[in-house]
Write a protein that binds this ligand. Sequence first.
Ligand SMILES: Nc1ncnc2c1ncn2[C@@H]1O[C@H](COP(=O)(O)OP(=O)(O)OP(=O)(O)O)[C@@H](O)[C@H]1O
Length: 266
Amino acid sequence: MSFLTAADLAFGYRGAPVGRDVTLSVARGEVLALLGPNGCGKTTLFKTLLGLLPPRGGRLLLEGREVAAFTRAEFARRVAYVPQAHGATFPFRVREMVLMGRASRIDTFATPSAIDRQAADAAMETLGIAHLADRLFPEVSGGERQMALIARALAQEPAMLVMDEPTASLDFGNQARVLERIADLSRSGLAIVLSTHDPGHAFACAHRVALMKGGRVLATGSPQEVVTAEALRGLYGVEVAIAYMQGAGRHVCVPTLTRNEKERDS
Ligand SMILES: Nc1ncnc2c1ncn2[C@@H]1O[C@H](COP(=O)(O)OP(=O)(O)OP(=O)(O)O)[C@@H](O)[C@H]1O
């Protein structure tokens, strides 16, 4: 049963349409990855899924109800957004940042309760960052910040996460750790929609992939079905090699660089 459904969705900005005819759905326990070149409309689509931009056409349903019919607090108790971790200016402690995820569950003039603090602590524990609680958010590393932003979203106790390039600007180790957490979170029953620029990450954590170009979804299906060399050539204009890697237990995808092709063929 689908948790979020977009049907023939058109989206964009006032006077600047970005995409249309987008039909997508994500169920609880499922990870849907959006793959597409820079500027194809992923972030604009996310803003629309999050109710921050009104749909320009089509339908957008959360638990079978129009997203526009939810109050912001009702929506935030169901769906949490994980932005990219760059740029951190406010000198909050990591614990305070994570506690902000409770905003939709705290009355306007009330202070966080013991339950709110426990939820924030539990979220930091889940993400393995409890030891960072008293550090200043702008002073922890990019990977730690990304984990703190995911913890903030989890403290919200949502049923769904929308994650904008959750592995962008992370080192090799932190990318792997974030991908593992995403897989764990979907196993725990969350619906997850994420965007990524690495097709290999779709094989690593997604159940379904949507290929986007020019504001349209070109194909949707399992990673094995839709992440093909031909499809990636069409999306990005580069040649790639895709192969099952025994030791990793999944497919991997690498661009075949002209220099390597010459060496291979010589
Ligand atoms: N506030 C805005 N007003 C008008 N057009 C915008 C606005 N923000 C983005 N756009 C345009 O919408 C289109 C899609 O941008 P969007 O940021 O959604 O792409 P994206 O797929 O997320 O790109 P990237 O992978 O580079 O993050 C682009 O042509 C962009 O210039």
